[in-house]
Design a protein around this ligand. Structure first.
Ligand SMILES: *Cc1c(COP(=O)(O)O)cnc(C)c1O
Length: 338
């Protein structure tokens, strides 16, 4: 039994999900004739009160498309120093959209409206034009931290005052909605574009989506095509996403509970220096200086427990659909005897 906690992307589709995929009605989505893709896009757009949604092969491509839609070459976007779009998208913002990032020194990936205000370039020709603010909820590198929706509303106001777009990288927005008992519509109201992943906590093998209103989404499908993200009988993947929305969304609360318990046990161990507050399904912790990170990860691996090193002396555990009760019991026992 291998306990793989490196990411919530390691899940494999369940039999029931595979059955739903197998049953999906499909067509050529390049002709926009895949009924299951069309249905998924309509369902997600409706969930967020937006005009349009577009299915993507990856969250990276959905984010990169959103950046392209919201900016012009030479512009600058504002995001946190921990942002996925800055750290883990291979420099795509500059490669694809010709934009630079102004990084905010936030708190676990979150920042304030005041910090946004301060990061906006003055309106002078020798500055790059600030055109987009990007928020990540939950924050990945910030340990699955959730945003305070009131702060998001304040940031929207700043964006309105300065005519800036507002994009949400909601790869794990599902987790935030469950953890904070929030609904999708307010998010749809406040953001211009939102990307969401089905391939993380929801347990799909592939699939992300971008949602927004008619005007901003008009060129989304062209950009997706330029990025090479057009798909044919993608309904098999959309079928997995529809299944996941019905069966794997509400259960995220279980992943959060398990993560919390792991965090509590870890924080009591002498080898552990600190544990980030656990809000969702991610546990980030630091070891004491005399315990080598590499050695620790190797030792766990010998016990068939996989965790990931994030750099800066941080280790990460992510709970997920395929992390079962018996695995959890075994893991807590191992951690109690570190
Ligand atoms: C995983 C992730 C993405 C997208 O990743 P893909 O692997 O391209 O699907 C985007 N943002 C965040 C915060 C993520 O965790």
């Amino acid at each position: 039994m291998i306990i793989d906690l490196r990411s919530d992307t390691v899940t494999k589709p369940s039999k029931a999900m595979l059955e739903a995929m197998w049953q999906a009605r499909v067509g050529d989505d390049v002709f926009r004739e895949d009924p299951t893709v069309n249905f998924l896009e309509e369902r997600i757009a409706k969930m967020f009160g937006k005009d349009k949604a577009l299915f993507f092969p990856s969250g990276t491509m959905a984010n990169q498309t959103a950046i392209k839609l919201n900016t012009n070459p030479g512009d600058q976007i504002i995001c946190d120093k921990y942002a996925h779009i800055f750290n883990y998208e291979s420099g795509g913002a500059s490669f694809n959209s010709g934009v630079s990032c102004k990084l905010i020194d936030g708190e676990k990936g979150r920042f304030t409206a005041k910090q946004v205000e301060e990061a906006i370039n003055p309106d002078a020709y020798y500055y790059s034009k600030t055109s987009l603010v990007e928020i990540e909820n939950t924050t990945n590198k910030g340990g699955g931290a959730c945003w305070d929706f009131h702060e998001i509303l304040k940031i929207r106001k700043v964006c309105d005052n300065h005519q800036l777009g507002l994009h949400l990288d909601g790869a794990r927005l599902w987790n935030a909605l469950i953890a904070k008992n929030e609904t999708t519509e307010p998010y749809g109201k406040v953001f211009d574009t939102i990307s969401l992943c089905f391939s993380k906590g929801l347990g799909c093998p592939v699939g992300s989506i971008l949602v927004g209103d008619e005007v901003i989404m008009r060129d989304a499908i062209r950009i997706r095509k330029i990025f090479g993200g057009n798909m044919r009988q993608a309904g098999y993947l959309a079928g997995a996403a529809l299944y996941a929305l019905d069966h794997n969304f509400q259960r995220l609360v279980e992943d959060h509970q398990k993560a919390k318990e792991i965090g509590e046990v870890l924080s009591k161990q002498s080898a552990v220096k600190s544990v980030y507050p656990v809000e969702t399904n991610i546990v980030i912790f630091e070891l004491n200086d005399d315990v080598g990170d590499k050695k620790f990860v190797e030792k766990l691996k010998e016990k068939n427990i996989l965790v990931i090193e994030m750099g800066d002396g941080k280790l990460r555990i992510v709970t997920h659909l395929d992390y079962t009760g018996p695995m959890h019991k075994k893991l807590l026992n191992e951690f109690k005897n570190l």
